[in-house]
Design a protein around this ligand. Structure first.
Ligand code: IPM
Ligand code: MG
Length: 375
């Protein structure tokens, strides 16, 4: 037995609790079969936290998140909370976790499982074997920059309505350098190529981004291949020829957009995991939060239709990046691949080629069964 790993499970809203229930089955399997021990606590985030505490993340939950080895999050948000004050919206809970844990590097891998290549909106030959990693800066940029807000402005004929909405894109060189280092480190363990994306043609923050990424490359990672691309061209290249990329590093907002586009290349948003990593803690592990890229999908919540794979693969990333259990992570990823190859399909994956329709919990059970047949 290794020392217990502490996990804070925050299922959140919508389909979050359903998909997280399947992750808990997987955690139990690894405890029972792989000599690992997890100390798991559960808490609320997003709308569910608002319903109980009147805020989307209680201070006690925030404090717990700072102490555990890793946070596992489902999804936040739902139409029920649309009219809440901005500061109370479910998303603010997630953004507070990211900011206060200083999770600056968001890893969003987009891999195309062979069994799903026909689900992509692109042709099979364009996506077969796709394996790219988007590293999105997660704690700065326009998501957090000041000044921000909606203010009264002169109500003049030129500004009918009389208000102004402001957000600020702001990056320091230190913020750019640290996420660039994450990208170069990850590239060394993969295809050794980094493509950095910004809008240096229109934004000063983009010019700084380009210069600082180049600086980190020249001074610290000269052996990794680095290229730069304007983010709009990057979006086009992602759908034109996605396999040209290995690691993409980009800012918070461009990373949000590009990662949704990349996710869809793989066939379904229901497949994509993510890891958000910060600086190492005292025990040497990085501060970490793992969550699926998909949202809370309120339209299908509670119906057993959600695909738990993105959340399960997020736990595989936790095994790899927080607990140094790369073999266990690969074992879990292979189990997912096998279940897909055998034809199990949640509603989001029904389409070309048919397959066996399964519910959220059946998908989880099959993945656990596939793990067991490999023991
Ligand atoms: C994501 C989501 C979030 C974001 C929302 C829920 C705040 O879209 O993780 O990509 O914009 O970062
Ligand atoms: Mg997003």
């Amino acid at each position: 037995m290794t020392a217990p790993y502490s996990l804070l499970v925050l299922p959140g809203d919508g389909i979050g609790p359903e998909v997280m229930a399947e992750v808990v089955k997987v955690i139990d399997w690894f405890q029972a079969n792989r000599g690992m021990s997890f100390d798991v606590s559960h808490d609320l985030v997003g709308g569910s936290a608002y319903d109980k505490h009147g805020v989307p993340l209680a201070d006690e939950t925030m404090a717990k998140a700072q102490q555990v080895d890793a946070v596992l999050l489902g999804a936040v948000g739902g139409p029920k909370y649309d009219d809440l004050d901005f500061s109370l919206k479910p998303e603010r809970g997630l953004l507070r976790l990211r900011k206060e844990m200083d999770l600056f590097a968001n890893l969003r891998p987009a891999q195309c499982f062979d069994a799903l290549a026909d689900f992509s909106s692109l042709k099979r030959e364009v996506v077969t074997g796709l394996d790219i990693l988007i590293v999105r800066e997660l704690t700065s940029g326009i998501y957090f920059g000041e000044p921000r807000g909606i203010h009264d402005d002169n109500n003049t004929p030129e500004n009918e309505g009389g208000r102004v909405g402001i957000n600020t894109q702001r990056y320091t060189s230190g913020e750019i350098r640290r996420v660039a280092r994450s990208a170069f480190e990850l590239a060394k363990r993969r295809g050794n190529r980094v493509c950095s994306m910004e809008k240096a043609n229109v934004m000063e923050s983009g010019i700084l981004w380009r210069e600082e990424v180049q600086w980190v490359h020249d001074n610290e990672y000269p052996d990794v291949e680095l290229s730069h691309m304007y983010a709009d061209n990057g979006a086009m290249q992602l759908v034109r020829n996605p396999r040209q990329f290995d690691v993409i590093v980009t800012d918070n907002l461009f990373g949000d957009l590009l990662s949704d586009a990349a996710a869809m290349l793989t066939g379904s948003l229901g497949m994509l995991p993510s890891a958000s990593l910060g600086a190492p803690m005292e025990n040497g592990r990085p501060k970490a939060l793992y969550e699926p890229v998909h949202g809370s999908a309120p339209d299908i919540a509670g119906q057993g239709k959600a695909n738990p794979i993105a959340c399960i693969l997020s736990f595989a990333m936790a095994l790899r990046y927080s607990f140094d259990q790369g073999d266990a992570a690969a074992e879990l990823e292979r189990a997912v691949e096998k279940v897909l190859a055998d034809g199990a399909r949640t509603a989001d994956l029904m389409g070309p080629g048919g397959g066996t329709p399964v519910s959220t919990s059946e998908m989880g059970d099959r993945i656990v069964a596939a793990l067991s047949t490999r023991t």
